[in-house]
Every structure is written in C-alpha cells, then in structure tokens.
Design a protein around this ligand. Structure first.
Ligand code: PBG
Length: 324
C-alpha cells in the first residue's frame, strides 16, 4: 500500500498520537548510578572532567544515595579510592577497605537501594593494572583468587551483587565458586563480559585514579573491531555462571548490545561510560547541543538496542527529565 494510501506521517502528527505508538519507553527501573567512595569524612571532591560527579567519603555518599533513591533511582555501583595502593591491590579485598565500608553504610542508610560492587584491581594497585603483574604482563591465573576474595568481601559487607570488570579469563568461575563455598549462592554476578579497550574511559581514570602507570589495557580488554569475539566472551561468561551480561562502552557498541539481546536470554546491561558522559557535558557547556534531549535520546537508544540495564552518570538527569 504505497503512497498516497499509506502515509506514515499520520501517526506522528500530535504529541498524543506519538505517545501511543512509541515502541521504546525509558524508565528509571533499569538505571544504575556509579559512585566513587574515598577515605575521610565530609569529603566531596569534584571530578573536573565529569561535571556533577565527585569522589565522596562514606558519610557524604550515604546522603547522596538517599537523594538518588528518593528521586527514583533503584540502584548504584560502587568504586573505591583506597588510602594506599600496593602491588597486589590489597585494599581491594581487605574487610575494612573503602568499598566494604561504603557498602555497609549505604545498605544501613538506604536498605532498599540495590548496591552493586565493581570488582577489579586497577583502583588498588600501585601500577594501575587490573591484575597482579609478572614482569610487565598481567598474570591472569594469579589474579583470579584475589578477585574472588574481593567479591566475597563485598558480599559479606552486604552488597546485593558483584560486577567483575577486570577482563581476566575464568574470573566468573572463580568468583562463583568462592561465593558458593562461603554461603553466598544467592549473590548475582553482573559480568563486564564484553569490555573493550576504549578511549572512552579517560575521565573515569581521573575519577578513580586508576590510570595504568605504564602501557595500556589492550592485552586484556577487547579489541574494538571485534563483534564475534564479544559474543564469544559473553557466551563463556554465561556458561561460567554470570547472571547479567554487560557490554561496555555503550554508544559506539550498540550493534554488540543488539546482537547480545538477540542471542542470550539473560538480562543485558550496558555501561554508558565516562567519556560518553563528558562529551555531552562539554558540548552542552558550549551551548552546542540541547543536553536534555541528547540524554534522553542516548538512554532511549540503549534500550532500543536491547539493553535492560544501563549504568549511567546521567541517572540524576534522567530522574529529573522523566519527572517533567
Ligand atoms: C575498571 C573500570 C573502568 C571502568 C569501569 N571499571 C576503567 C578501565 O577499564 O580503565 C570505566 C568506566 C567509565 O569510563 O565510566 N576496571
């Protein structure tokens, strides 16, 4: 029924009609807001390259989390800035480390907020790599027990779930086994399954103080041109027991999100990373784009591509915009 019988503009004519036929609806339900916990009290250190984001001491963080929860944001993910770093990232798995203390305080202050703990070593190692080193290389198998130990510590502190972001082979098995042996069978793993070696992580490394002191992460994070390999990574993590599969970054990887959604029947997450956030904030500050429309368009696109869950620094903005 081509033109003039069929006219697709008929259903675009009014806001009411457009609202009725909208295929994708953005809600706050799937949003996870990242936070950076740091030592001290009454500390709030703005991250220059990420307007609105800050490193916060635990007391300040709890108040922020209350505010987010009251705005309708259902979940956060925690990263830690330790008081001291060493070669094996020991504050990452110490029971009195910054993240376990933050988890405990947030769960006490805002019990119904879903708290995920990022599991990785790069914030805690003095060399800034995501695992322990053997010479100049990250030693995969020697890193696994330390990641598992960190995940267990976070579960013991009360995290609702753990999210390994290190890209070591076999980490989901290692974490699952350790959690299960210790009575934490009920704690889900959201795996950063397809995590690419991306230039979009730049601002995060300021925020988390996790820039590698030499080299880069290309020997463990994925090569950006590879889509089939991303699906292979996700399949392996699923087989190892991952409950949620994540694609990261999001904006330049919508094709991977879509393929993951079509292939796997578990929830798919995507991480709308720091560089994607900072680009929008910087352009908006110059009045080059309409920030609010861009935020909604991006977040809607992640859902349309197939993501159920979106980790995003825009969570607060989304709460404001969806209320309006
Ligand atoms: C650490 C980690 C990174 C991010 C999340 N977890 C950075 C990296 O791999 O260098 C990036 C998040 C962002 O850019 O917003 N393993």
């Amino acid at each position: 029924m081509p033109f003039p019988i069929e006219r697709l503009r008929r259903l675009r004519r009014t806001p009411g009609l457009r609202r009725m036929v909208r295929e994708t609806r953005l809600t706050l339900d799937g949003l996870i807001e990242p936070h950076f916990a740091c030592p001290g009290e009454h500390v709030r250190r703005d991250v220059a390259s990420m307007p609105g984001c800050a490193q916060m001491s635990v007391d300040v963080l709890v108040e922020e989390c209350k505010r987010s929860f009251d705005l309708g944001i259902p979940s956060i993910i925690l990263f830690g800035i330790p008081s001291a770093k060493d070669a094996v990232g020991s504050e990452g798995y110490a029971r009195d480390g910054i993240v376990p203390r933050a988890i405990e305080a947030v769960k006490k202050g805002v019990p119904d907020l879903v708290v995920w703990a990022d599991v990785c070593m790069c914030e805690y190692t003095d060399h800034g790599h995501c695992g322990v080193l053997k010479g100049e290389e990250v030693d995969n198998d020697a890193t696994l027990p330390l990641l598992a130990k960190a995940a267990l510590t976070y579960a013991q502190a009360g995290a609702d779930g753990v999210a390994p972001s290190d890209m070591m082979d076999g980490r989901v098995t290692a974490i699952r086994e350790t959690l299960d042996e210790s009575g934490y069978q009920h704690i889900p793993i959201m795996s950063y399954a397809a995590k690419f070696a991306s230039a979009f992580y730049g601002p995060f490394r300021d925020a988390a103080e996790s820039t590698p002191q030499f080299g880069d992460r290309r020997a463990y994070q994925m090569d950006p041109p590879n889509a089939r390999e991303a699906l292979h990574e996700m399949e392996l993590d699923l087989d190892e027991g991952a409950d949620i599969l994540m694609v990261k970054p999001a904006l330049a990887y919508l094709d991977i999100i879509r393929q993951a959604r079509d292939r796997f029947d578990v929830p798919i997450a995507c991480y709308n990373v720091s560089g994607e956030f900072s680009m929008v904030k910087a352009a908006a500050r110059n009045d080059w784009i309409d920030e609010d429309r861009i935020i909604l368009e991006m977040l809607t696109a992640f859902h349309r591509a197939g993501a159920d869950i979106i980790l995003t620094y825009f969570a607060r903005d989304a709460a404001r915009l969806l209320r309006a």
